[in-house]
Design a protein around this ligand. Sequence first.
Ligand code: RIB
Ligand code: CA
Length: 310
Amino acid sequence: MRKVILDVDTGVDDALAILYGLESKQLEFLGITTVNGNVPLDMVNSNTLKVLQLAGRDDVKVYPGAESPLIREAEHEFMVHGTDGIGNALDDVTLEKELDNQFAPDFIIESARRHRGELTLIMVGPLTNLALALKKEPRLAGWLDEVIVMGGLVSLAGKGNSLPNSEFNIYADAEAARIVFHSGAEVTLVSLDVTHQTFLTIDHIETMKGTKYYNFVKQSTDVFRNFSMQRYNINGCALHDPLTVGFAIDKEFLETEKYFVDVETVSPLGYGQTICDFRNLWKKEPNVNICLNVDGEGFVKHFLETISVD
Ligand code: RIB
Ligand code: CA
């Protein structure tokens, strides 16, 4: 099985990604690392631990990471993920599982050193932890198999979700994203261009009735689905993070091509914009695999089949 570390800012779709990755039985989770993002780090930690309790996976350790971006002030997404980050769906769960005491960037470095060339990082929150790890250990990029990042938009000008041309994970820490994109690691960017073709609708969720995670999925996505109704007129939760995990499970879900991609870290109009040089105007070596197409229907079907367990 593919060795992975999943870096999360749990968040509703992060929670779905954790359940999907674990239930796929295709990935060997060396651990889950947490980062400030959708909600503050303490909520991310609690949510991630509770989701693992729900899944009955006490074997999977959680390593706390950065509680703030490298430079900019933290901004959160309570409007999308609810006041606690998972739609208050696990309020009645008593937290028993504890965090590991190793700092996430150090765990990433240690794991990559130990599993040279075999470790895939799946990054579904702001890239602060990986940027800190790369700054501490510059050889890290060469030790990794690949880095799959949920973030950005490359062809959907004006259809960002934080600024017109910026997606939240990159916008939340653009300086960190720039370090990762220029690190020399094998990076694939699973952007809004494809994740916005993978909505989990209320009709999809109702097909899960009677299965283990039905109540959690329906309740945790309620705020997210209401937000989507207002913004996109879709009663659904975009599977941003699950699709990113899906690429680690089966690359056939996405068609990718490598281009030079840079990140805007200065302009207030475009902070966090992922700029893909399709016409090679900058004459720079391609550094990021971007996603051109997705089998959206096929992915949502696989996601539902995988998490509809008893
Ligand atoms: O823009 C979507 C991304 O931002 C997802 O990872 C979501 O969880 C939030 O972190
Ligand atoms: Ca996320």
